[in-house]
Design a protein around this ligand. Structure first.
Ligand SMILES: Nc1ncnc2c1ncn2[C@@H]1O[C@H](COP(=O)(O)OP(=O)(O)OP(=O)(O)O)[C@@H](O)[C@H]1O
Ligand SMILES: [Mg+2]
Length: 409
C-alpha cells in the first residue's frame, strides 16, 4: 500500500512538492483553507483546514483519518506553517520539528533570543510596545533600523527606516503599519545590517549540515518600494567566493541546530555585514518562491524536495544525494506592475520563447486589481532562466522580463 503524506498548504507554489511526492509513489493528502486551492487538483485527497491554525488542521485530519487511515509523514510546502506540521506530527506520532522548535522559528523575538543565547551573530534587536519607544530608539541609535511584526511572513509590515532620509516614514505610522500585520499585535525593531543578502536552504541530518541551496537575493527595488523591503528574485551561483559561501552555510546550520532543527529542513535569510556573516532569520521548513523546487535543482542537480520528503517520512536520505553535482547559472525575477486595474497583458509568449527561459508564470489577469507592492504576495508573475553561468542567466531573465507588459490604469 502507498505511504500517505500530508502536505500542509496547497497553493500554487505547493504544487511542485505535491508532484514530487506523487512521483515518489506516495498518496498525498493536501490541506488548505481555500477549497479552490490549485494544489488540490494534484493531490489524491483534499482536506479543508487553516494551515496557520494547528488545532483546526489537526481536527480536520483526525476526522479524515477515521476513513483515510494513518499518515506516515507530514510536510509544509511554500507556507510558513511549522507549528501546524509539529502539531500534526505529534498527533499522529510522525517525524517533524517539535512544537518548541516551530515556535522559535516563527516568533522572530523568541528566535533572536535563542540565537543570541547560543552566540550566533544577529543584528541588535528589541521588542517595542509603543510608537514612543520607536521614536526614542531612533533618536538614541541614529542609524538605519528595520521595524517588523514579531510573527508575520512574506515581508508584510517589514519597513526599513533609513535614518535621516526623506523616505523615512513617520515613526507612529510605521509602528501602526507593522503592528497591524502581526496576528498578536507584537512588533520589534532591529538594526538594519547593510550588505549583500543570501538565501540558504538545506537539511540537518544527525546533527550535520547539508546546504545545497545558496542564492544571492536581489534587492534592486529597495528605493522603489521604500520603506517596504521587497525581494526581486535571486541569482545562482552566488558571486561570493567559495570560502565566504562556506562560512554563511556553516552559520546557517549552526542557527538551525540552535533552534532545535534535527533531521529536518531549514531555510536561512543571511547577510554579510562588514565582512562577517549574520543571521536575519531561520525558518524550519522548505522555502517558497520555487527556490527548493526549481532554482536549487537547476543550479546544482540536488533533489532537495526528495530528501525533505524522505526526512518527513522518517527516512534518512543518502549524503551524496545532497551534494551538488554541477553549478549552472540560474536567475529569477518577479513582475511588479504599477498599481491599478489590469487592462492588458502583453508579450508573455515572446518572453517564453526567449532561449534559456525555463518558466514564465503570470499570477494576474485582465480585470484584476494590482495593489501597491507592500509584501511578497503582490508579485504579479515570475520569470526564471537557466544558462551556463550566472551572468548569462541574468541577461536572459532581464530580457524576458522587459518583454512582458502588464498594463494597468
Ligand atoms: N535587520 C535586518 N537587516 C537587513 N535586512 C533585513 C533585516 N531584517 C529584515 N531584513 C530584510 O527584510 C526581509 C524580510 O524580513 P523578515 O525575513 O524578517 O520578514 P518575513 O515577513 O519573514 O519575510 P520573508 O517571508 O520574505 O522571509 C529579510 O529577508 C531581509 O532581506
Ligand atoms: Mg524572512
Amino acid at each position: 500500500m502507498k505511504k500517505r503524506l500530508i502536505v500542509i498548504g496547497a497553493g500554487l507554489e505547493s504544487i511542485p512538492v505535491i508532484e514530487r511526492a506523487a512521483e515518489m509513489g506516495l498518496h498525498i493528502v493536501a490541506v488548505d483553507a481555500n477549497p479552490q486551492a490549485p494544489g488540490f487538483a494534484y493531490a489524491d485527497e483534499s482536506v479543508i483546514g487553516c494551515v496557520y491554525t494547528p488545532e483546526v488542521t489537526v481536527a480536520a485530519l483526525t476526522e479524515w483519518s477515521k476513513k483515510g487511515g494513518k499518515p506516515q509523514g507530514v510536510i509544509c510546502a511554500a507556507v510558513d506553517a511549522p507549528g501546524t506540521v509539529a502539531a500534526v506530527a505529534e498527533h499522529f506520532g510522525l517525524t517533524a520539528v517539535s512544537a518548541e522548535t516551530a515556535r522559535l522559528a516563527t516568533d522572530k523575538k523568541a528566535m533572536k533570543d535563542r540565537l543570541k543565547e547560543r552566540g550566533i551573530p544577529i543584528p541588535w534587536y528589541q521588542e517595542i510596545f509603543t510608537p514612543a519607544e520607536l521614536e526614542k530608539i531612533i533618536d538614541e541609535r541614529r542609524e538605519t533600523l528595520v521595524i517588523k511584526p514579531v510573527d508575520s511572513r512574506g515581508a508584510r509590515g517589514v519597513l526599513r527606516l533609513v535614518y535621516g532620509s526623506p523616505s523615512m516614514p513617520d515613526p507612529r505610522r510605521a509602528f501602526e503599519c507593522s503592528q497591524k500585520e502581526s496576528p498578536s499585535g507584537r512588533v520589534m525593531v532591529e538594526k538594519h545590517l547593510e550588505g549583500p543578502q543570501f538565501s540558504t536552504e538545506g537539511v540537518i541530518i544527525n546533527g550535520k549540515t547539508y546546504c545545497p541551496g545558496f542564492s544571492d537575493r536581489n534587492y534592486e527595488f529597495l528605493d522603489r518600494f521604500a520603506p517596504n523591503i521587497i525581494e526581486n528574485g535571486g541569482d545562482l551561483p552566488s558571486f561570493l567566493p567559495q570560502d565566504a559561501q562556506d562560512a554563511v552555510k556553516e552559520l546557517s546550520g549552526q542557527a538551525a541546530i540552535a533552534l532545535g532543527i534535527e533531521n529536518s529542513m531549514f531555510k536561512g535569510d543571511m547577510v554579510i555585514h562588514k565582512g562577517k556573516p549574520y543571521v536575519i532569520e531561520m525558518a524550519a521548513r522548505l522555502s517558497g518562491g520555487y527556490f527548493c523546487s526549481h532554482l536549487i535543482p537547476w543550479n546544482t542537480g540536488v533533489d532537495l524536495l526528495g530528501s525533505a520528503i524522505r526526512l518527513a517520512l522518517g527516512e534518512i536520505p543518502a549524503q551524496d544525494e545532497l551534494s551538488p553535482s554541477f553549478q549552472k547559472g540560474v536567475s529569477q525575477r518577479y513582475l511588479f506592475p504599477e498599481p491599478g486595474k489590469v487592462v492588458a497583458i502583453e508579450g508573455v509568449e515572446k518572453a517564453r520563447a526567449v532561449d534559456g527561459i525555463s518558466m514564465v508564470e503570470i499570477r494576474t489577469e485582465v480585470g484584476a486589481q494590482i495593489s501597491p507592492a507592500t509584501s511578497h504576495p503582490a508579485r504579479a508573475g515570475v520569470i526564471m532562466a537557466v544558462a551556463e553561468n550566472r551572468e548569462e542567466a541574468i541577461r536572459i531573465t532581464e530580457e524576458a522580463a522587459a518583454l512582458i507588459k502588464i498594463i494597468t490604469e
